[in-house]
Design a protein around this ligand. Sequence first.
Ligand code: F0G
Length: 380
Amino acid sequence: MKARAANRYTGLVDKYRDRLPIGQDTAAVTLCEGDTPLVRLDRVERELGRDVKLYAKLEGQNPTGSFKDRGMTVAVTRAVEEGARAVVCASTGNTAASAAAYAARAGLTAFVLVPADKVAPGKLAQAMVHGAVVLAVAGSFDDAMAVVKTLGEDGTVTVVNSISPFRLQGQKTVAFEVIEELGRTPDYHCVPVGNAGNIAAHWIGYSECCPGRRSRVTGACAFCQGRCPYATRLTDERPVMVGYQAAGAAPFLRGHPVKQPETVASAIRIGDPQSWDFAWSAVKESGGWFEELTDEDLLATQRLLATREGIFCEPASAISVAGAMRDVRSGRIPEGSIVVCTVTGHGLKDPESAVRQCPEPIAVEASEDAVRAVILDRIR
Ligand code: F0G
């Protein structure tokens, strides 16, 4: 029999169990999520021509292709611990895909509510293939979310949206990984914002890494209780948190919910974010800001990341890099900064919006001459 490597990575619950609300003896429902790459964006840096170090945390490398898996492993492990039979969520697609996969692994039924005809096909396929009961709601994500909140109240089903504190607990681990990788806290951390759970989760994670300055508003560090191994290793630095929204779905920029959110980035087509107060406190406590970008900005950045850095992300995910680039250019993010952008989901989730911007494949005869002619015409 093959010996199992002692240091085999078995997912973020096992790695960070002492800082998560999971019992010592509970088996994690895991697909080995987390431990995602932190990639330096050298070519984007050169294009910017400014003295900044820019990194992308590639959350699309998680098992179902988005950061949701970090939260889902904790939420579903907890649901099993509590004897749940079914989980439910409202979703623009990625939460549904993740809930469906983790529920399948745990032997639970997943009910996922998605806005009808508004979900990228890859995400819908994932939810269906994993055997979730998919409910196409005649309404927006915000309408579906309102229904799910009422369903959760009597305990019939366990809600696994980010209104569950367990989701945020799992997602906070992204901050731990960034600090481990860099050996320090970044100066700025840029995040796409939709329902606003993820930016809050980042802040909880960073706050736990510096025990001297915990968030009073988010109640961060409830599970660390001074056991955080970073307490002796790090200074009490936390990054400035910057949240980016699509211009047509930017309630944080307007200061109130938006009735009919519209953007090509369907993942963040959300008008009434559930983690409103958490997200505001993350931004305010850190001295950060919210900013909005147009669909053109984020599509151009999606293309830039794909063609210059080899990173294929979905439109919503490109917004963190688009925003960071804009804020570096304007000087709002000063030279000398270390900037991390969370790139939240994989581009294969939504190939159509990406392919629409690309030239058509070149039809060619199956002959050397024909192919050589194309090559000679194109090579520079
Ligand atoms: N990026 C992607 C790819 C997402 O799927 C989402 C949210 C976000 C960013 C925004 O994160 O909501 O925590 O502010 N997707 C949710 C879903 C709403 O249902 O999949 P957030």
